[in-house]
Design a protein around this ligand. Structure first.
Ligand code: FAD
Length: 689
């Protein structure tokens, strides 16, 4: 009984409450009579009545990155060149040839030369890469292999002599190249690579060898058909001076010419085979490479982190194999930043097609009234609106990642290096997994027409799927994030400082780990639930709890299982921790983006979307929150109701939110995304006049 309630009021209240409950129940149990308006539609009308007005121009200008102009130039160029557009049906060989022509067209005809941006202006480079991937994902990956992997390894792992010798050839595509790290037996475990590069002091050369079939370089992009060079990762072997033995200096990178520059013939000692037809990305020629005593000059060692002198002495500013290995791999994080960024690009395209079509498509409706748009169904909103909200959330967070990466490239600040490494691993993993799942959801949300190849979900899904695996398998990358969190946690206890993205854990040691407050656990007003402080606290509380509990479990299990066994025993827990942390970072960045938005109407729209992102995530994990008494049952119910309401609200501005991505029709392309002309396009394509 409430404090101001009288005893006489009570039975009256109970009767009213009971009546209301019976009414609610009967709504669920009674089949809708043809004359009755559906309760869902009543809710819709309500939601529509309070529709936000969105100033599309300002929202879209807030969303535009500062490098939008170059993206538009790329879209215009390819839009004007039907001969460079990828048809729906294309054979593997034709697709490979088309991809190389697309690349040549970009550089030679559109005069866009991205190579210098790899180091000088990464934000510009990633913007170009995202736009190129919107033309064709195979083209985007081929572009990435040339400039980010092959070119990036030369710039980031080599020194001035390499830059001077190779820059122009890579830039103008005379030196098409590959990045040969993975072997048949080893992908994720790069330290397990077996290819060897043995120094020969007599000839001043390295001899590259594939010691067994397991060491054949596998999956190497650009190798099967087009590549002239490869950056080959191999164990550096030096003869020792004192005895007949040799010493293994760990994995290093070497430039190995694989085809003749003029004749394009495969060079002696090198065997190249085709990895064949793949599930997707068939415009990229992945190949396998075997080396038999291939000699390369000593200068071809990419020697930024370790060098060999003429007399065979090894020098490095880094003291151990592990440190050199970490530094080498650390220079390659640009690829992950690019993949996270491009994956958001794919998600935007997919959500745009699905939402546009869902607004247009009508099925069923109240009796004797027009049919309703399928986006008016609660289930359709449930599939697509949180996805739209996540797309916005990822957009702002990957922008932040790109900024941090660019800053790191300029300053080489050590703390930033660690921060970007972990953030890029976490975001690449989280975003690409999310996009991969969403592509299937979008296809299904568009019904039969979603299955037509022309509407693109199949190609997008197949081409994007491998984003989850290359540049670091997602499950492996998440473990790096978890490992980093645990290290920071331990350092903190030992008096160290936390890096910027992890700052919130400082508080977690105090506030977040205290028992949940039983009073706030019951607060259920919309104002409270939509307060960014509540939302962020909830995300961070979950991360902090997971961190503390997994640390305790690891300590306990390592006594009996050793560290490897204990890690494996807690693996799922560790992965949940990493995802939870990444979600905390994503929400923090989204909230910041909402707060920084200068236009009031755009800010209101973004706030709505951000609230949906936050509450939907909390709702998805509501069991955890309830189990630890962070959220009481009444609050859980309020979160659910509010999430559904926000879905309705976001649905009402879904068209505007999609338009703010500003994707030209050339990029979306799917006829079902063509707004009002969708069906006309469709029938024309099928051959109807
Ligand atoms: C189309 C394509 C293009 C590619 N291009 C290139 C290229 O140009 N250059 C290049 O060098 N490589 C390239 N690769 C290789 C790619 O980088 C590797 O496939 C990737 O690193 C994963 O390694 P793997 O295939 O050995 O997978 P594995 O490491 O064998 O993984 C298989 C499964 O085991 C799981 N697993 C592995 N280790 C662990 C662990 N510690 N804990 C829990 N689970 C684990 C993974 O999660 C995964 O589900 C390409 C691959 C493909 C398919």
């Amino acid at each position: 009984m409430k404090p101001n309630q009288t005893v006489e009021d009570e039975p009256q209240q109970s009767v009213t409450t009971m009546k209301r409950r019976i009414q609610m129940l009967s709504l669920h149990l009674t089949p809708l009579s043809p004359l009755q308006p559906s309760p869902q539609l009543n809710m819709l009308t309500c939601a529509k009545a309070s529709k936000l007005e969105v100033d599309n121009v300002s929202l879209s200008s807030y969303m535009r990155g500062k490098n939008r102009e170059i993206q538009e130039k790329i879209f215009e160029f390819f839009n004007s060149r039907p001969d460079l557009q990828t048809p729906i049906e294309i054979s593997m060989n034709e697709h490979r040839e088309l991809c190389i022509r697309q690349l040549m067209g970009l550089v030679g005809e559109a005069k866009i030369k991205p190579f210098r941006y790899v180091v000088e202006d990464p934000a510009m480079y990633f913007a170009i890469s995202e736009a190129v991937g919107s033309v064709d994902i195979s083209f985007g990956i081929k572009f990435g292999v040339q400039y980010s992997l092959w070119g990036g390894s030369v710039l980031n792992l080599g020194t001035k002599k390499h830059r001077d010798k190779y820059f122009d050839g890579i830039d103008n595509l005379d030196y098409l190249g590959c990045f040969a790290m993975t072997e048949l037996h080893h992908g994720s475990n790069v330290q397990g690579l077996q290819t060897v590069a043995t120094f020969d002091p007599i000839t001043d050369e390295f001899i590259i060898d594939t010691p067994n079939d397991g060491a054949i370089k596998w999956w190497i992009g650009n190798a099967a058909v087009h590549g002239k060079f490869a950056t080959v990762f191999a164990k550096l072997i030096l003869p020792t001076h004192d005895s007949k033995g040799v010493s293994d200096m760990g994995v290093h990178a070497f430039i190995v010419p694989i085809r003749d520059l003029k004749t394009h013939q495969t060079l002696p000692g090198i065997e190249i085979h085709d990895c064949g037809h793949k599930i997707g990305l068939n415009g990229v020629d992945n190949g396998a490479l075997r080396f038999r005593s291939v000699r390369i000059p000593r200068d071809n060692l990419l020697n930024r982190f370790g060098d060999v002198s003429r007399d065979g002495k090894y020098t490095s500013s880094l003291p151990t194999i592990n440190k050199r290995f970490a530094a080498t791999l650390g220079e390659l994080v640009g690829g992950r930043v690019g993949l996270a960024n491009s994956s958001v690009g794919v998600l935007k395209i997919s959500v745009t097609i699905a939402v546009r079509y869902s607004l247009l498509r009508q099925q069923f409706g109240p009796p004797r009234q027009p049919e309703v748009s399928i986006l008016d169904y609660q289930s359709q909103q449930h599939k697509l609106m949180p996805m739209l909200a996540s797309t916005y959330a990822f957009h702002f967070t990957t922008q932040f990642l790109v900024e941090k990466y660019s800053e790191m490239k300029k300053t080489h600040d050590e703390q930033l290096v660690g921060d970007v490494h972990s953030l890029s691993a976490g975001l690449k993993s989280y975003v690409t997994s999310y996009t991969a799942k969403s592509l299937s959801t979008c296809r299904e949300a568009c019904g039969g027409h979603g299955y037509a190849a022309v509407n693109r979900f199949g190609t997008l899904r197949n081409d994007h799927d491998i984003f989850q695996t290359f540049e670091g398998d997602n499950t492996v990358l998440l473990q790096q994030v978890a490992g980093d969190l645990l290290k920071q946690y331990k350092d903190k206890f030992q008096g160290g400082t936390l890096s910027v993205t992890w700052n919130y854990l400082r508080e977690s040691m105090n506030t977040y780990l205290s028992q949940p407050n039983p009073v706030t656990a019951r607060w259920e007003s919309a104002d409270h639930l939509r307060d960014p402080k509540f939302q962020l606290d909830a995300f961070r509380y979950r991360t902090s709890r997971l961190l503390q509990s997994v640390a305790a479990r690891l300590r306990k299990h390592s006594k009996t299982l050793g560290s490897f066994g204990a890690w494996n025993r807690c693996l799922n827990h560790l992965l949940t921790l990493a995802e939870s942390h990444i979600e905390s970072v994503i929400l923090a960045k989204f909230i910041e983006a909402v707060q920084n938005c200068p236009d009031a109407s755009s800010q209101a729209a973004l706030k709505l979307v951000c609230d949906l992102y936050a509450l939907d995530r909390i709702w998805k994990d509501i069991g955890t929150y309830c189990n630890v008494d962070y959220v009481a049952p009444n609050k859980a119910k309020a979160i659910h109701k509010l999430t559904e309401y926000l879905c309705f609200q976001v649905r009402n501005i879904a068209g505007e939110l999609i338009d703010a991505f500003d994707l030209p029709p050339y990029v979306t392309r799917a006829p079902i995304a063509m707004q009002s002309e969708a069906y006309a396009q469709y029938t024309q394509l099928a051959g109807f006049q």
